[in-house]
Design a protein around this ligand. Sequence first.
Ligand code: SF4
Ligand code: SF4
Ligand code: FES
Length: 212
Amino acid sequence: MPTITVNGQSIEAQSGMSLLQACLEKGIFIPNLCYLKAMTEPPASCRLCFVEIEGQPDPVAACTITVADGLVVSTDTSAVRQLQRTALQLLLSVHDIDCKNCPANKQCALQDLAKFLKVPLKNKPTETYLREPAIDETHPHLTYYPNRCILCGKCIYVCQTRHGQSSLSFAKRGFDTVISFYGALEIDQQACDDCQQCAQVCPVGALVMKSG
Ligand code: SF4
Ligand code: SF4
Ligand code: FES
């Protein structure tokens, strides 16, 4: 079992485990949005889980590092926090912050992270980029809100894992990237209604069951 040092504390981790998972399991919180424990190859797209590792010149994403004996890690340096705040602010700049009218209110990963990183959960309208259309109702069972989506990809991952193919995929590019239901009707729609895992895994209020 590899032993690593995190913020001066010695911890044992399972071989093959990611550094992010090892820390989370020991109660050492590292901000993260795009990671699920079952993922063998995390997308590392949210850029929130930065840590510093002794001997490495720049902070690294903890979800991409496999624990190795002797790693010395800092999760809460000012450089790490600054990178995390910048990543969160970037996400918020394309987010329609309207918590009172959102089904995820008070159980939202963005709200939790904003509180943890002390980033105000508000936007100047002139500095916010919102996508059009604001709602996608084309799926028979799901409603998608692009301007709440943080593009973590968890919905795609759970659909693919559960059904062998995903009825959700990324579409478009850059700031216009959205989740698309293109091809979704080829999947058994009753199975889709019975499953609902994509809506459950969504860490914000971007994917909502129509029946819910
Ligand atoms: S997704 Fe979270 S931060 Fe965004 S409006 Fe809903 S509750 Fe607020
Ligand atoms: S819909 Fe939800 S789970 Fe899917 S990518 Fe967007 S935020 Fe992530
Ligand atoms: S959790 Fe590591 S980059 Fe998103």
